[in-house]
Design a protein around this ligand. Sequence first.
Ligand code: NAD
Length: 476
Amino acid sequence: MDGRLVPGAGGAFETINPATEEVLGTAADASADDMDRAIAAARRAFDETGWATDRAFRARCLRQLREGLRRRADELRELTIQEVGAPRFLTFGAQLDAPVDDLAWFADLVEDYAWERDLGRAEPMGMPSHRRVVREAVGVVGAITPWNFPHQINLAKLGPALAAGNTVVLKPAPDTPWCAAVVGEVIAEETDIPPGVVNVVTSSDHALGAQLTRDPRVDLVSFTGSTATGRNVMASAAGTLKRVFLELGGKSAFVVLDDADLRAACSYAAFAGITHAGQGCAITTRILVPRERHDEAVEITAGALAKLGAGDPQDDRTICGPVISARQRERIEVYLELAVEDGGAFACGGGRPEGRDRGFWIEPTLITGLTNDSRAAREEIFGPVLVILPHDGDDDAVRIANDSPYGLSGAVHGGDVERARGVARRLRTGTVSVNGGVWYGADVPFGGYKQSGIGREMGVAGFEEYLETKSIAEGV
Ligand code: NAD
């Protein structure tokens, strides 16, 4: 906070390894007064330093941050596996290395972006004028993040927000304070980022997030989390009419067309669906398969899920580790019960894996026999739980895929790529993968239609979320 590592006025709270329930250690537990000081520091840094206007300096600082995090990659990898329960293989991608590397893209963007556009002369209402449009930072950004991909989400907010010239108060989820605290540590110790530009406020109390959304000194709230919390954020931000940028939940469809290689598609759907125990907002958790091949698809998918299993996140081969907490496990178990009440059955899984008495585990699970209007098929479960549903051709598949309050992501698999692409274009979602294509990248905007969010993260569109637009006209 304000350039220094300080203890929390609320003392400290424990952070826990979800694979073992072992207490890893403690994090500073910030109080409301700490949050107040963090916001004041960010406000001061924005209003009273040259941070917002010195682009070359900002690009250099972002590169320092990337190098500082890269130097600590080995330590961060172990920390991430332990605190998040993230499978090791993911730390070489979206759980660590990719978002750290992506900071370079935002540093380059500071240098390449067209900050000013000359609209030239005109004579509106007979008054000769020279018009320019300039882009500049919004001001103080309150960044509120969840626990599932903490580095990816923390850095996908810090990177563009800082590149744009804002100052930031980052409030991470109480489940993963260390992943955020370490970024603050690297900033304080290994970069020239001035005091107050980034403040990382760890706390066991969700109310500190709400405080950020209300405070008039905060200009923009950049929130990633559940749709329910997103609604509260938007309502609370309305009091001071601050800008809100929301990345929320999803219930994305994996559409298998009737000309697809069923074995390849369903095996991939199983892998994608339970990666990181299904704790990804964009994970495709509804598998839509041709009705005439439904039983075969169930057999392939269930077989693949059972083979993948749930395993120790330390192990290189693990795809599905633990879920984050006992609370999250209970939430998932409620959905498993609801699925059965609604007439569903488990083609595999359906409970806790045998022999894992410590840690928070759910078996990879495939639910059959439901319709798209059952709760397990409509609501976000956020666990390694997939629902398989039959469709009657492309139009029906599109109808079912779009029959959702969410619109975050989707996938289409088919033999004829043009046809698959056509189906992809009809999905009302922010991202779509066709035949296994990967849309993730610093240059690719990511975000949701409908109740999956407002705005885009990453890419130029994501960067522009953190900019204001000012039009200047000179009388000539
Ligand atoms: P959550 O909504 O419970 O919490 C997210 C963050 O909001 C936490 O830091 C929390 O402390 C804070 N918070 C809680 N109440 C608040 C309030 N009233 N005002 C302000 N902040 C508040 O979500 P979670 O359980 O941490 O994360 C899982 C959810 O995040 C899932 O729904 C998932 O889909 C979503 N998610 C979305 C994306 C995306 O990019 N669309 C990415 C990852 C996760």
